[in-house]
Design a protein around this ligand. Sequence first.
Ligand SMILES: *[C@@H]1O[C@H](CO)[C@@H](O)[C@H](O)[C@H]1NC(C)=O
Ligand SMILES: *[C@@H]1O[C@H](CO)[C@@H](O)[C@H](O)[C@H]1NC(C)=O
Ligand SMILES: *[C@@H]1O[C@H](CO)[C@@H](O)[C@H](O)[C@H]1NC(C)=O
Length: 146
Amino acid sequence: MFASVKSLFVCGALALATAAQNINIALPTAMTTVNPGDNITVQVEKGDSLTGSTEVGIAIALKSCSGYTGGCDVIDISEVLGTPMLISQWAPTYHSDQWYPYSNFTVTIPSTFQSGQAILSATHLSLVGAGPYPYTETVNQTITVA
Ligand SMILES: *[C@@H]1O[C@H](CO)[C@@H](O)[C@H](O)[C@H]1NC(C)=O
Ligand SMILES: *[C@@H]1O[C@H](CO)[C@@H](O)[C@H](O)[C@H]1NC(C)=O
Ligand SMILES: *[C@@H]1O[C@H](CO)[C@@H](O)[C@H](O)[C@H]1NC(C)=O
């Protein structure tokens, strides 16, 4: 009995810790239009964490949806990132204009990039908790390339 209650608690705590590592692409907003060759700001937020976690690195990539009959909806971005535009270490920090800590990155849309809808993604690796254990996650935002 005690054992099962304890393991439930541990599972719950782990789930909470994992959820707390989630990142989010705050900018660009969905359906923003960009031009090939543009330098754009990608703002990546990190949710508050209860257990300590350390960010190891981040990759920002762009995948064109052109040529897919079902468009962006049929692409599993976690399996095919497209063109990496930035690979970096990062350390999101608190700023006065947002609730969550974030980092701004400047990325260049490739000058020959196919026009149409595209999926901008951010993939990060972090080390979570006292172990620590490795955690990776990919989030995405659909934009339009003019
Ligand atoms: C983007 O940034 C690069 C490097 O700073 C610069 O050479 C280029 O002119 C910029 N492009 C635009 C469209 O501003
Ligand atoms: C892309 O983002 C949307 C909206 O946040 C989400 O529903 C979808 O699961 C994401 N796709 C992948 C492959 O992560
Ligand atoms: C991050 O970029 C956004 C959009 O350009 C800007 O409003 C914000 O002030 C920037 N934050 C920092 C800390 O530079």
